[in-house]
Design a protein around this ligand. Structure first.
Ligand SMILES: Cc1cc2nc3c(=O)[nH]c(=O)nc-3n(C[C@H](O)[C@H](O)[C@H](O)COP(=O)(O)OP(=O)(O)OC[C@H]3O[C@@H](n4cnc5c(N)ncnc54)[C@H](O)[C@@H]3O)c2cc1C
Length: 271
């Protein structure tokens, strides 16, 4: 790790951290990116782990989507990881790569945003922790300084969570819209969406409404219409903004209904 950071300090923008390469190599092959020096992190020991530590899950930067999909700690995270690409991409693509790419459609990034992840960054001047809400700045842009790398991602245990994605196919498909909801242990509900703005985004007004109104059917309906008003999608070759807006409401409504059903106390067994 120290050597990788020294190299980055020396090479500055000419050195690019390489994790699984599933975004970077495609970028180079398509001529979108030219790289003078790779700083390959895959040989750095101890960066590939998913570990429960009490009430937190600690995720190493080289943890792959395949590793995340096997973790039962946060269903939304496992479900999001399960939708990334196909098995080959999930075995190679990493959590830090998904965050570092900062695509508005990054599936795991959307789940982590709803889960209020904290991202530990380390650089030549020390370490700092950035809440994921402040991490994404724009498409392809993050708060990572030129001499820093993602050292670890942490989430806290929540009561329940779920993720849904609509793509053109069931697999190897970028999200037309994705959404994640999380019910915290204090009852607060978080909602994050992907592919409907310049970065993965939180639906703050819908969240505030649910904080007051709970998960009753009318409250869920109102939250879904607030989400439709909050998202800022664009038209592109995959879908129109209007379609994305409508689907945002549908996905959030379905997810909230799921949360409401799972939070109901079970009815007593009949004799
Ligand atoms: C066919 C195909 C299908 C795909 N499908 C999906 C999909 O369905 N959903 C989805 O979200 N993504 C998808 N992707 C994109 C990609 O697989 C994911 O974003 C993946 O998580 C990237 O991880 P990586 O390790 O390959 O990143 P890399 O390509 O190695 O790196 C990506 C970026 O992150 C930076 N980076 C990597 N590690 C660090 C670190 N520790 N600190 C700081 N910066 C770092 C790199 O410098 C680079 O800028 C797909 C890609 C392909 C090729």
């Amino acid at each position: 790790m120290t050597e990788a950071l020294e190299l980055k300090s020396r090479l500055k923008d000419k050195g690019v951290f390489l994790a699984g390469g599933t975004d970077l190599v495609v970028g180079v092959a398509k001529g979108r990116l030219s790289v003078e020096h790779w700083i390959d992190l895959s040989g750095v020991p101890g960066l590939s782990y998913v570990r429960e530590e009490g009430e937190e899950l600690a995720i190493g930067p080289l943890a792959t989507h395949a590793m995340l999909e096997r973790s039962a700690f946060a269903p939304a995270l496992a479900q999001a990881a399960r939708t990334v690409g196909g098995p080959a991409i999930r075995n190679r693509g990493t959590i830090a790569g998904n965050l570092g790419t900062a695509s508005p459609a990054g599936d795991v990034s959307v789940a982590l945003l709803a889960l209020d992840a904290r991202i530990a960054l380390v650089g030549s001047h020390g370490s700092r922790s950035v809440p994921i809400r402040d991490f994404f700045v724009g498409p392809g842009k993050t708060r990572i300084a030129h001499d820093e790398l993602i050292q670890e991602v942490r989430i806290r245990r929540s009561a329940d969570s779920a993720f849904l994605k609509l793509g053109k196919r069931q697999s190897v498909a970028i999200a037309l819209v994705s959404a994640a909801v999380v019910r915290q242990r204090d009852g607060r509900v978080a909602i994050a969406l992907g592919s409907v703005g310049p970065t993965p985004l939180r639906a703050a007004r819908a969240e505030a409404h649910l904080a007051l109104a709970g998960l009753a059917p009318e409250a869920i309906g109102e939250a879904a219409s607030l989400v439709r008003a909050e998202v800022t999608p664009i038209d592109d070759h995959r879908a129109s903004a209007e379609y994305r807006r409508a689907v945002s409401g549908v996905l959030v409504r379905r997810l909230l209904e799921q949360l409401a059903a799972s939070s109901k106390p079970e009815s007593p067994a009949r004799a």
